[in-house]
Design a protein. Structure first.
Lengths: 114, 110
């Protein structure tokens, strides 16, 4: 069976500090991977998605970046956090080509920028 | 018009009640439809896919109306544990970029 991991679960960071969130998927190969942000009381905002190693598409301009160094690893980064970066960050995967388009989410990272 | 629209609620119902949510979508090329459930401060979890002929899973029934471009979720015999936000998700044919509604909040009280 497939599982998706995210860490850390919670993070408190000062404004201007760097950020690195990691997501890994087990039990599948060549998944589509996604980063979402959910601000308090708001809907899901798609930040980045990736269809393969090194292939990143950005949905919104911002001070965040994403990388996919390995097939089942997706990393969200920032060089300098802003207050507005606070939120619930969710990684998700879809089997993609040849599979269903059902999306599964990791447990999320709750980020507070002070 | 937003791509996927849901009434944010909250829907406040007593235990045992039947409650229904609707979700409208704007892209007629949409092919895949889902309902997810999100508990407070947790990740969304798949509740059920929505098939053209409609489908049922226990107390939950999902239906699709392509002509009017909406999907619905019916919950019968509501339980306290059904309290959550229900997210409508639509995927365009050939796309693996789902579009999420903002969610409908359900509160089931004793």
């Amino acid at each position: 069976s497939q599982t998706i991991h995210q860490w850390p679960a919670t993070l408190v960071q000062p404004v201007g500090s760097p950020l690195s969130l990691e997501c890994t998927v087990e039990g599948t190969s060549n998944p589509n991977l996604y980063w979402y942000r959910q601000a308090a009381g708001r809907g899901l905002q798609l930040l980045f998605y990736s269809v393969g190693i090194g292939q990143i598409s950005s949905e919104v301009p911002q001070n965040l970046s994403a990388s996919r160094p390995q097939d089942r690893q997706f990393i969200l980064s920032s060089k300098k956090l802003l207050l507005s970066d606070s939120g619930f960050y969710l990684c998700a995967w879809i089997k993609g080509l040849g599979g269903t388009d059902t999306q599964y989410f990791g447990p999320g990272t709750r980020l507070t920028v002070l | 018009r937003k791509e996927v629209e849901q009434d944010p609620g909250p829907f406040n119902v007593p235990e045992g009640a039947t409650v229904a949510f609707n979700c409208t979508y704007s892209n007629s090329a949409s092919q895949s439809f889902f309902w997810y459930r999100q508990d407070c401060r947790k990740e969304p979890k798949l509740l059920m896919s929505v098939y053209s002929s409609g489908n049922e899973d226990g107390r939950f029934t999902a239906q699709l109306n392509r002509a009017s471009q909406y999907i619905s979720l019916l919950i019968r015999d509501s339980k306290l544990s059904d309290s959550a936000t229900y997210l409508c998700v639509v995927n365009k044919g050939g796309s693996y970029i789902p579009t999420f509604g903002r969610g409908t909040s359900l509160i089931v009280h004793p």
